[in-house]
Write a protein that binds this ligand. Structure first.
Ligand code: R5P
Length: 227
């Protein structure tokens, strides 16, 4: 099975956990895209009553086109479950997210969700975080000074750019990626990054996920991370 087939496999597996009447958070990314397609099929075929909150404009648009009810986070009082992708997951079920620049909204939705599930192909499972560049969402105003500060801290930052300029998030902020190779102490790094003025949010998602579904050639593996 190639990577796309594994992503589709976990997307389809994840929607089996969705129950009628749920308030559901929808993540962002290429794996989630398959999940939302599968969810749309269930909504159409089984007439499920779901209320969904999306973590990006992209996901909101896809879901709405499939006839899934999408509301703003501020218009719901709770979320039962959020299903999202991840860029890396380590042996302790800590994660890096934000490869698609959506980690700010994703983290806000995640912390307001009773349960969180991540769906990944097996290439995302690592022993130690950090091979994947760690994304930060930063306020454009003064961002070159934030970049310099991060450089001085030895965190090897680069702005994430397109051919035409800065990658912009849905909140119209910039993204800085930290090229760390290995993150020995994720909690300490998270606390350091939380303390930098101008950094809105980082892509370390620590102690957050309850269930991980890993796509493997011999079938999806469901891992329980925490209650
Ligand atoms: O910002 C994007 C998100 O954190 C994604 O969930 C993450 O990058 C994984 O995306 P994909 O499923 O495309 O690898």
């Amino acid at each position: 099975m190639n990577q796309d087939q594994l992503k589709e496999q976990v997307g389809r597996e994840a929607v089996k956990f969705v129950e009628d009447g749920m308030y559901l958070g929808l993540g962002t990314g290429s794996t989630v895209r398959y999940m939302v397609d599968a969810l749309g099929e269930r909504v159409a075929n089984e007439h499920l009553n779901l209320v969904c909150v999306a973590t990006s404009e992209r996901t909101a648009q896809q879901a709405a086109e499939l006839g899934i009810t999408v509301r703003n986070l501020d218009d719901v009082d709770h979320l039962d479950l959020t299903i999202d992708g991840a860029d890396e997951i380590d042996d302790n079920f800590q994660g890096i997210k934000g490869g698609g620049a959506a980690h700010l909204w994703e983290k806000i939705v995640a912390i307001n969700s009773t349960k969180n599930m991540w769906i990944v192909d097996e290439s995302k499972m690592v022993h130690k975080l950090g091979q994947f560049p760690l994304p930060l969402e930063v306020i454009p105003f003064g961002s070159t000074h934030v970049l310099k500060k991060l450089t001085d801290m030895g965190l090897h930052p680069t702005f994430r750019m397109t051919e035409t300029g800065h990658v912009m998030t849905d909140s119209e902020n910039y993204v800085i990626d930290l090229h760390l190779n290995e993150i020995d102490h994720p909690h300490e790094l998270a606390a350091q990054l939380d303390g930098i003025v101008g950094v809105v949010e980082h892509g370390l998602f620590l102690d957050m996920v309850n269930t991980v579904i890993v796509g493997r050639s011999d079938g999806p593996e469901v891992l329980r991370a925490r209650d």
